[in-house]
Unconditional design. Structure first.
Length: 266
């Protein structure tokens, strides 16, 4: 089998797998890696802990752990248990993150924006959502598929004796198209999906869903003076888009979990 045919088979296999794999929200997704990135995620998280100081603020650490603990029974019952870990890093970044393997990092900077436990629950639920939806594996799969298409296109141009200059021009256009037309939209989809998964988790764990909207209002105000790229060129939806999507989802989520809500004690 020639290289171009092999690449075609890879792309075809990706398309077939897309129809067979679904995210927690029911979205069709491409995931060629499954849970195989967990070990890499744990190793990366360990490296971050070695390089970045952790917070010594007892109240902040207890609050983050309390919120995580309130959500894990819900997560484990639906997606299977794993060794989750949450660490508060002493850094002024207004951010949080999660990596495969159940590792969550919260920067102290975001605690100034998340002004209530409920708002912090929206952040932590969002990060847990990224992990259980296997967004990292999906991103890696999309990148692999895009690379295969680019390589296949270059091989086809070489086979048809397209000039080097023309090849470079076409590859630049294809590369830009892959970023704007594939990678960035998927990234924004992942962010919106994690918002919705987090919303469900926080509702089930007894937090106010409206706090998710309040959080993004605070985030928008905190970053008001920063230069933000247009949504089309961003990895994240705009704060306004996220607020609108959450407002639309709240009534449905509350109704869905009306009889299955825990009491929040954080």
């Amino acid at each position: 089998m020639g290289l171009s045919n092999t690449l075609s088979c890879i792309v075809l296999s990706c398309l077939v797998l897309t129809a067979c794999s679904t995210s927690p929200t029911g979205r069709s997704q491409l995931n060629l890696f499954g849970n195989s990135l967990d070990q890499q995620g744990v190793a990366a998280f360990t490296a971050i802990k070695q390089k970045m100081p952790t917070s010594t603020n007892t109240k902040a650490n207890e609050l983050v752990q309390c919120i995580v603990d309130s959500m894990l029974p819900i997560v484990n019952a639906r997606y299977g248990s794993q060794e989750w870990e949450a660490v508060v890093f002493d850094d002024e970044q207004i951010n949080a993150f999660a990596v495969p393997g159940g590792k969550i990092g919260v920067y102290t900077g975001i605690l100034n924006v998340a002004q209530t436990p409920d708002q912090l629950a929206a952040i932590i639920g969002h990060e847990i959502g990224h992990v259980i939806a296997q967004h990292a594996a999906e991103r890696a799969s999309i990148q692999l598929g895009a690379q295969a298409l680019l390589i296949g296109s270059q091989i086809a141009m070489q086979a048809n004796e397209v000039s080097t200059i023309e090849q470079q021009t076409y590859m630049s256009i294809l590369g830009l198209g892959a970023v704007i037309g594939v990678s960035l939209p998927y990234s924004r989809t992942h962010e919106s999906e994690a918002d919705l998964i987090g919303l469900e988790l926080m509702v089930q764990a007894g937090y106010s869903p409206h706090a998710a909207v309040e959080l993004w209002e605070n985030m928008s105000a905190a970053k008001d003076n920063q230069k933000v790229p247009p949504e089309l060129l961003s990895t994240h939806p705009s704060a306004q888009t996220r607020i609108r999507q959450l407002q639309q989802a709240i009534p449905k989520v509350v109704k869905k979990h009306a009889g299955n809500i825990s009491k929040n004690t954080c």
